[in-house]
Design a protein around this ligand. Sequence first.
Ligand code: BGC
Length: 765
Amino acid sequence: MNIADILRELTLGEKASLCSGEGSWDTKDLSRLNIPSIHMTDGPCGVRNQKRGQSKADPATCFPAPCLLACSFDPELLAMVGSAIGEECRAIGVHLLLAPGVNLKRSPLGGRNFEYFSEDPLLAGMCAAGYIRGVQTQGVGAVLKHFALNNQENWRLVSNSIVDEATMRELYLRPFEIAVKSAKPAAVMTSYNRVNGIYASEHSALLTGVLRDEWGYEGLVVSDWGAVNDRVAGLRAGMDFEMPGSAAVNDPRILKAVQTGELSSATLDTAVERILTLVERLSQSAPCTKQFDINAHHALARRAAAESVVLLENNGLLPLSKTPAIIGRLAEEPHFQGSGSAHVNPTEQDNFLAACHQAGLVPSYAPGWASGGHEAENPALLRQATELARNSESVVLFLGTEASDESEGFDRKDFQLSNAQQQLARAVIEANRNTVVVVQAGGVVDLACAEDASAILYAYLSGQAGGTALYDLIFGEVSPSGKLPETFPLRLEDTPCYDSFGLRDTFYTEKTAMGYRYYNAVNKNVRWPFGHGLTYSDFELKDVTAITQNASITVSGVLQNIGNTMAAQTVQVYASEPGTEVHALCGFIKLKLRPNEKRTFSVTFPYRQMAHWDEVAHCFALNTGNCHIQVGFSSRDIRHTCTLYCESWSGEQLSAALAPPETRTTNTRFHSNSTVQDLLDTDIGKMLFSKLSKELEEERKRGEIDDNFYHMYLAQIRQYPLRTFVLATHGKFTWHMLSKLLALLDEPSPDMNEAATLLQTIRVI
Ligand code: BGC
């Protein structure tokens, strides 16, 4: 029976009932009409599938938290993590993953900052889009949350975000818009809070006006758990599905509203149709019973962490070549994930100390503080640690927040480390300047106490493989390449929302002057700027040019690794609208280059990235005049500037044009029309050919193709140009993955694990 027929068959009571869940994690089934139920559970760090009565969730890979993944500035890496999480969903029996969250980090105190990506809407939107694309390639639905203006946890069930339209459009709605338009999440979750007085779960201007009518969203809208204020008002506003189930309370309310005409039956039908459409789509593709590859996913978690951790300072001490002393309990009991609905039961758990032992090192170790809480000062342990530091050649000192410091439901009170840790840091660094500080925290912490350290690595919450990833970075197996997705201010009082953050009625008086947009506009000193992150190499940016055509700007140039180490660098493009001084991130590209290697790149972005919201005309608009473009390695490390004259642009055309920037690189040896045969003298080419021919052989064994077809396909494999894999996999193997593969093919000793991960999605056509 198709959905139109089912709708005709359903009674009013059944329709009302389908509009909310069965318990906390399922939609309702209806055997009379063969409607199955689908199962959902939380992300974003991994799959948290906790069954009723079970004290722990099913084991799943705990990947780095979004706060760290965002530092990779690599949406394709997020897609790979998303795809692995999607695979785990299928194995565990989850159809719909309640992730990712894309709310902006308005204050360093945000309790859920560890679950969110950035203070910048473009970076947050692109990370979310990558993650969603990855999850959904597995036939699992992703849920984009929490729509909208949910930037604090205090008072979250009743707080009121009071914000003008331009600020909403230019900043807070943008990451949602990018993710919705470019990745089409299966569902969008409304937030708990109110927006300008109206609950997000019944905000028709947002749920219907913006999300559906303007952005063309066709999926399901689901409430956050318990976020429904007035169910009927919610349905009228476009909030289709209530979670968790509330049958006894809201079903009769919906029935009565339809009977009295308060709610039209057409509106109810639309909600039910959306629910049934999603159930039909997802119940067909998941779950599968195939076990996921625990080791491969652990390895991906390690790689994702290593490509994301941020090297904030380095006076040349890193990478280490000799065994350091290790201080700080987090070296053996890492703080690698946050609390609340994002908490995962990991399949394995690395730690840095064990990683050193596995590698044959025998470091001296002092815990630095007593177990069971970072707060308690312990003079004996402090003395022991300081002594160890004094008598060692170098030290790796672990600092961080506690798991209970960062969670949903409340915001942090300050951004200081505990007194015990500050004291420890000062004493250890004074005793030995050759100290590398490693920080594990879900958000920004004040590191004044580590000012004199030789090096600082910011690991955020690095997931279950964080310990080995840190080993890779500290001993130079991998060069750090993460970039900060948020500003580290000098003092909390410097943050532009200092006076209004965390209140029940929170006025966004700083408007769009948030994060680096504010600090740069007023030229305020910060500890580390947005986009900052060092590597073990040096890079030069040359021949930078910018052109404009078709209401978009293309910035091109050449990036060269002029150091001695293979490393990745992220070229960041910031632009200011004509007539304004505020530069905003408009595009970026991350390139991994071996020593001396250079590569041309281009970043193309639509005018819309720098346009302002015209409150009178109610659309995006761009002023006429000179637009200033900055290209560099952080928001404050600008290597080139260009000026371009742009004609004004406004209205519908511009509003519709928000698309993530496109990036390109030029490679020397191979290109998208190189065939599998052309690649056969490389290890990657051999790996690709062997993978494809093995899969073909398996198809023959399963009887899916006969001998004739087998020989025909086998002959054809060699002739496929690489570009065909993008189309043949329906975009699972993306253009960006293709350019990464081409870059790897150019390398003399490419990372074969990286190649294997890229080739994973390629199939025989
Ligand atoms: C959180 C959501 C989560 C839901 C289900 C809520 O409290 O805000 O992010 O998906 O619970 O656990």
